[in-house]
Write a protein that binds this ligand. Structure first.
Ligand code: SF4
Ligand code: SF4
Length: 475
């Protein structure tokens, strides 16, 4: 068998060399002999016997040299000349639904200028559709979830808006009904919601805690940053309104960790300061950041230099995360946890995310969409809860978003975790959900490389910490 190098990204962490294998998403620790084998094949493709002889000539026993070659081939760091057909994890023909995002309303009491739902880049077409979901639609949505989740032992309902808590009575009805249906179907249901926190009241917090409903608060940091764009219709900032409510939530809701989610925009890029405020001063369990999804010509879009600055601050927090992990402590920077979890599980994605596959969104009208960001969009509608998913449309959406259909991604080593990136962002930027998000490739590769190094260091010096990601998968 003639062997040649496969496609990988090499990195060093904790004094150890590793390969991140693009065909499989696996991480492979390279010892001195494996390094010799790779170096020899990189100079010249060669037969397995020739490589074996070459390694033995450096002092390795036949057995060790053979094992090393076999490991490199089975890890796909070396491949037969001409290669093999690469396989990414293809979803099975029927993929049970895992998460349903229920948009209880498309109305919001804030007017954040960057909001993807009704901002300048909106994909939603809510004209003529109800503003609030009614009970009949919500009930059918729950029934739809149980129908589509058949075969699973657990499923997830996420409540979303607009501002989710503007339709809190319906949320309670859904929880009551889904609990009964879950007991009948033997599928346990886990709940979460995202809120801007303006409408939190003690009785709502008590309910959320009593029912173990996970809460993510959308807020953008200290007052001067939060209030730049997170404003009421009259332009007044929301920070002073939400802060006592957020404190009450963090003090009283003890059944689930509470997370904050920050949208980074031009002028709101002081990641470290925002993290310190939300995590350390307020006490959120974890904090996640996402640069705004928008056309580059919007005033609040972050320009390239700003993104570089964000990445270097992410790096600072990521190394802090590593230091915590080496002491078995949780840090709370969820962007790192999310990426480490994917690296740990060796994902090699056929699609960038679960949208339209294990995750779907339902709007107040009952229209089914690939995810919460496409809710109420006629262009991206995948069906209606009264008639179910239009399988042809779903197939078309998934075929279009498949990594194999993204020419630009075929030679990118980061494709196992990126797979071309968010469909919504691709649509806003390029008018096409299946377009690779080429505007942030450098960012993704820089971020993935950083997380690989963090992962390698933790794997080398405190591998027990990685058990946290096993538990995460089990959840
Ligand atoms: S979008 Fe860019 S970073 Fe992502 S897989 Fe494609 S080429 Fe790589
Ligand atoms: S399409 Fe984008 S916003 Fe929707 S679930 Fe995927 S990554 Fe998230």
């Amino acid at each position: 068998m003639q062997l040649e190098l496969s496609e990988f990204h090499s990195f060093e962490a904790g004094g150890q060399e590793f390969l991140y294998l693009a065909p499989s998403g696996g991480i492979f620790a390279v010892d001195a002999l494996a390094k010799k084998a790779l170096s020899s094949v990189s100079e010249r493709p060669q037969g397995a016997h020739e490589l074996l002889d070459g390694l033995m000539a450096t002092g390795a026993t036949r057995e060790t040299a053979r094992e090393t070659i076999e490991e490199l081939v089975s890890a796909r760091a070396l491949k037969p000349a001409g290669g093999w057909k690469e396989s990414v994890e293809e979803p099975p023909a029927h993929f049970p639904l895992q998460t349903l995002v229920i948009n209880l309303t498309n109305q919001c009491n804030l007017s954040c200028q960057y909001c993807y739902e009704f901002g300048e880049d909106k994909v939603a077409t809510p004209e003529g559709k109800p503003k609030f979901m009614d009970w009949e639609t919500a009930k059918q949505s729950v029934d739809f979830l149980f129908g589509e989740a058949a075969g699973r032992r657990s499923a997830h309902i996420t409540f979303f808006g607009g501002e989710t808590l503007m339709n809190f009575p319906l949320l309670k009805q859904v929880v009551d009904y889904a609990n009964v249906r879950g007991a009948e179907e033997k599928i346990s249901i886990d709940y979460s919601l995202t809120t801007n926190a303006t409408l939190l009241r003690p009785e709502i917090i008590e309910y959320l805690s009593a029912n173990a409903i996970g809460v993510t608060v959308s807020m953008d940091g200290p007052k001067e940053m939060n209030d730049q764009l997170r404003v009421f219709a009259n332009g007044k900032g929301s920070y002073d309104v939400i802060i006592p409510k957020v404190k009450e939530l963090l003090a009283q809701h003890k059944t689930r960790p509470i997370a904050a989610r920050v949208t980074l925009t031009k002028g709101v890029t002081d990641v470290v300061r925002i993290f310190r405020h939300l995590k350390e001063e307020l006490g959120f369990h974890e904090v996640g950041f996402a640069p705004v999804t928008t056309s580059p010509n919007r005033l609040y879009a972050i320009e390239e230099k700003g993104l570089d600055d964000v990445l270097s601050q992410f790096e600072q927090l990521a190394y802090e995360y590593r230091d915590y992990a080496l002491q078995n402590k949780l840090h709370g920077f969820s962007n790192v946890s999310d990426t480490l979890s994917e690296l740990h599980h060796g994902v090699s994605k056929s699609h960038p995310c679960g949208a339209g596959l294990g995750l779907m969104g339902v709007g107040p009208s009952g229209d089914i969409s690939p995810c919460h960001r496409f809710v109420d969009s006629d262009t991206h509608k995948l069906g209606h809860i009264s008639t179910g998913v239009d399988k042809e449309k779903q197939k078309e959406f998934l075929a279009h978003g498949h990594i194999g259909a993204k020419y630009d991604c075929q030679s990118c080593w980061a494709r196992p975790v990126c797979a071309g990136g968010c469909y919504h962002e691709a649509f806003v930027r390029y008018g096409d959900t299946g377009h690779a998000n080429l505007h942030y490739c450098d960012w993704i590769r820089g971020w993935t490389d950083l997380c690989l190094k963090i992962y390698g260091e933790i794997a080398t010096h405190n591998p027990g910490f990685l058990q946290n990601f096993e538990n995460r998968k089990a959840q």
